[in-house]
Design a protein around this ligand. Sequence first.
Ligand code: ADP
Ligand code: MG
Length: 462
Amino acid sequence: MNTVEFSALPLKPALLENISSLGYSHLTPIQAESLPHILEGRDVIAQAQTGSGKTLAFGIGLLSRLDIDDFHVQAMVVCPTRELADQVCKAIRQLARFTQNIKVLALCGGTPFAPQRDSLEHGVHIVVGTPGRLQEHLQKHSLRLDHLKVLVLDEADRMLDMGFSDSVSDVISYAPNHRQTLLFSATFAEPIRQMSQKFQFKPLTVSIEQHHNDTSIEQHFYKVDKAKRLNALGYLLAYHRPESSVVFCNTKRDCQDVADTLDNCGFSVQALHGDLEQKHRDQILVRFANKSCSILVATDVAARGLDIQDMQAVINYELPWDAEVYLHRIGRTGRAGKKGLALSLCSDAELNRLKSIEEYLNISAHWDDIAPFKLSYEERFQPEMVSLWIDGGRKQKIRPGDILGALTGDNGIAGSEVGKIDVFDQQTYVAIKRASADQALTCLRQGKIKGRSFKVHKSGWK
Ligand code: ADP
Ligand code: MG
């Protein structure tokens, strides 16, 4: 058991206070191994499984090196996907709340270029982005790295998998040689070592043993004919009724089919795959995080790097080809000491894959029974919350407090009925307990927010 407390680290008191107000008291193993060296300014290559707290390790590291009075870009985090970049950006902003005026900017594709350029002109301390868009800003000189002190490569293995090797190299070629480089990866394959050799100076290697027999995840396997897969999935979902779960499919097509079928059966479900428009994906992730959608059906690519908390179950609609992918998938449940369920459907044709998973994880799978289940529209499996979607956001100066005020004012609803409020540039999502949703909708439609009326929609409401 790890017992290092954050207060034992040489951090600014205000930052420490903020860390504790965010609910963190003790360092996770990877943080305990890496943070002291990161704070000394050394290059570090850190490997640990998903969910081990790597973001906080580099987030604290780069914030503690920041000179707040210097409005040049001093830290850059390169991430494989836009979702991950958004999450990292959010996490750093939370950590940065200990002081005013730290500007953290996400630079990803799928959003207009010009506003990003304008924000950069106004001065930014930290940028978090995906390789392609960072490259574009660097080539057009809207982003300059002359003052860069810390470079972070997050989920470096995924970036290589996704073919970003050249663009990452190009992005780094704009950075000064004298810098701290932190490289994070869930795996330690040879290409990662090469990447480290190329971009790091005398790096310290930190690796945390993976707990293959992690008792916080309960793994169950069900032998099911291919043709009965959907039915079995319906049974598992109806039986366990997880508040939030991800169903993994190996193909985009399965992903959409499974989501459509579950939807027809009255489950609260969304498909997440690479063909969706960015705006739609954002909306899905917000609804999943605020608990107004309880099942996400996803491909591995689409789910990469997502930190969705409190996931009760991960379901493999089909076993993945690669044992490491299996580990990656089930690592999304049972986080932060909570118990998680990993349920896998497996047909005879997939027994080879199961064997390699058993070997890799050093487990022996035992079969569980599955009762026949009638997939029908009889019963609804509704999540606790619903989402309302307001046509206005940060650009209209909306803050969460304004929404809460409008909802709980005269003729309003109780504050305890209101869930997560997510404010984006042009829109805001607010989660409301189902029973109060109609009243909340009327309240927002008839009342004013910031002295103005906004359009309010129901998002994916059934
Ligand atoms: P990784 O990048 O290693 O996959 P994350 O940085 O996304 O993992 O962290 C996973 C979860 O663990 C996050 O929800 C984060 O808030 C939480 N976490 C991180 N550090 C701590 C800590 N020291 N104590 C408790 N929870 C933590
Ligand atoms: Mg991470």
